[in-house]
Design a protein around this ligand. Structure first.
Ligand code: GCO
Length: 412
């Protein structure tokens, strides 16, 4: 088997602003992390201070041979109040993109990665249709300010995750102390409480997809003329949804709700960002527990690196669009298992390429150990470890291995 990746293949790692920057105090998540009955294990705090340390961090990634970096712009910083834009914040992200380019990394930029400005939530957040136009306005500003430096835009990260959360894990009602406290702190009601992650209704889905479409139009309108077109897409959380015998109908129904509807909404996009970590099995009654005997990761997912092959094929079959693996990785303390995970995952990506799928790039989640949302700092997804007491970075062996693959542009 030919182990080569295509010329110009994008090799990168991914991060999200709130998970790495630190002190994202104007965001809804910051507020939710600090209410008395918070459901967050740790507050994000200084995170890994990427906001200030991005020059060294980007240099480190370049030193490993990557040719791209996927990072996100923080809406809560760029538009601290409704309609008030911060040039200083926009300049910060422009400097980040410039630093990437100076190091030979092509910036792939996400405009929304879970966090939103506080003011947006006080207005009904991701269940208010007006959010779509506000997101479009913000996307226009960001593109105006740094669009000339960007390789591709992911408008919204994991458009389907609120729906997944609502249908699979977050039963929590409006009466929960956390919801009451967070709603109050964000100047809204428990009934209208809709930070992105909590907008799991059908209305929330429609607002999110409308926001993507408005942003795409705004980005396309902003960068035109002599510049090459700027590819725009969204990203989707896709586990390999498998059925045990008899579970096909339950699986198909869930896959329609949680993946297919969103894949269909990418019509007219330039690419689809596929984000995969594991598989999920379905029986007649719905989702099943991990299979007996299959190794579990820190997230309690099955160690199942083959999943990326299945999800790329599914995204291809439903959309026919170019694809990018915008996230793939594993939370583990055993770096040898991380290396093994990437090895099998990349074999699967290669097999997809050999079958003619148009896969444009691969972004490992994540560059650094970072803030894993509700689970705090315990899960470690990074290729690079961070000692948060000193903010020292340490390259893990899995990163050295991936670095060889990236530099050879073939699986070694
Ligand atoms: C995601 C998230 C990341 C998570 C990662 C690991 O897009 O799902 O972007 O923020 O940290 O998935 O759970």
């Amino acid at each position: 088997m030919n182990n080569e990746f295509p010329q110009g293949f994008l090799w990168g790692t991914a991060t999200a602003a709130h998970q790495v920057e630190g002190n994202n105090t104007n965001s809804d998540f910051w507020v939710m992390e600090h209410v008395p009955d918070t459901v967050f294990t740790d507050p994000s705090g200084d995170a890994i201070d990427h906001y200030h340390r991005y020059p060294e961090d980007i240099a480190l990634l370049a030193g490993l041979g990557f040719n791209s970096y996927r990072f996100s712009v923080e809406w809560a910083r760029v538009e601290p109040e409704d309609g008030r834009f911060s040039t200083a914040a926009l300049d910060h992200y422009r400097r980040m993109a410039e630093t990437c380019l100076a190091h030979g990394l092509k910036p792939v930029v996400t405009y929304h990665h879970f966090t939103s400005p506080r003011w947006l939530i006080s207005q009904g957040g991701w269940q208010n249709m007006e959010t779509a136009a506000k997101f479009g306005r913000y996307a226009q500003k960001v593109t105006q300010h740094l669009g000339d430096l960007i390789e591709a835009v992911c408008t919204i990260n994991e458009v389907n995750i609120p729906r997944m959360a609502a249908m699979l894990w977050m039963a929590g009602g409006t009466g929960e102390p956390f919801t009451r406290q967070a709603a109050q702190a964000l100047h809204t009601t428990p009934q209208q409480f809709a930070p992105f992650m909590f907008a799991g209704t059908a209305v929330g889905r429609d607002v999110i997809l409308a926001a993507h479409h408005q942003a795409r139009a705004a980005i396309k309108a902003e960068r035109h003329g002599s510049q090459p077109p700027l590819p725009v897409g969204l990203t989707i959380a896709m586990s390999d949804m498998q059925a045990v015998p008899g579970g096909e109908a339950a699986r198909d129904q869930m896959r329609w709700e949680l993946q297919d509807v969103f894949l269909e909404a990418t019509r007219d996009d330039d690419f689809v960002g596929v984000q995969t970590y594991s598989r999920e099995r379905y029986g007649q009654e719905g989702p099943l527990d991990p299979e007996e005997g299959v190794e579990l990761t820190q997230m309690n997912y099955e160690f199942w690196p083959e999943a990326i092959g299945a999800t790329l094929r599914r995204a291809h079959a439903l959309t026919g669009l170019p694809l990018m693996v915008t996230e793939n990785g594993i939370g583990t303390t055993d770096d040898g298992r991380r290396l093994a995970y990437y090895q099998t995952a990349l074999q699967n990506v290669l097999a997809c390429l050999q079958d003619g799928l148009d896969v444009r790039g691969y972004f490992a989640w994540s560059a650094f150990d970072n803030f894993e949302w509700m689970l705090g700092y315990r899960p470690t997804f990074g290729l690079i470890a961070v000692d948060r007491s000193t903010q020292q970075r340490a390259i893990k062996p899995s990163a050295r291995w991936l670095s060889q693959v990236v530099q050879a542009n073939r699986l070694v």
